[in-house]
Design a protein around this ligand. Sequence first.
Ligand code: COA
Length: 113
Amino acid sequence: MGVDVVEVARLAAALERTPKLRERLYTGEELLVTRIESLAARFAAKEAVAKVLGAPGLPWTDAEVVNEDNGKPRLIVTGAAREAAEALGIATWHVSLSHDGGVATAVVIGETA
Ligand SMILES: CC(C)(COP(=O)(O)OP(=O)(O)OC[C@H]1O[C@@H](n2cnc3c(N)ncnc32)[C@H](O)[C@@H]1OP(=O)(O)O)[C@@H](O)C(=O)NCCC(=O)NCCS
């Protein structure tokens, strides 16, 4: 299990300061998200995935959050993060996001088969 909190204004400032950061942090699908609170929650989800895996240091784009038609977020883990997850026996990912009061947060669970 992993959890993370992100100060929305801090992420906004970082993205403004370093425009290339967007492509480093987010997948093409995530870059379609315009609300900064949602981008902050997605960053929190990536950190939470890293915590589930023991923070081995992986590409940020290996963890992607997409929304189902009803708005429920779904986590897709690929590349080196997927390999690390498989080594831990993780077969299914669960994610929940929230944002309010200038803070975004994510809880992630990696469920073994
Ligand atoms: C280790 C890491 C997750 C800490 O995150 P952070 O935002 O700097 O710090 P937070 O305040 O959110 O979390 C701190 C807590 O993380 C936990 N933590 C530290 N190392 C950890 C590890 N290797 N695995 C899991 N949790 C860890 C600890 O409980 C710590 O709190 P404590 O020192 O009071 O016990 C972060 O520095 C890191 O390495 N991120 C990975 C980046 C990455 O790989 N991204 C791609 C994801 S696909």
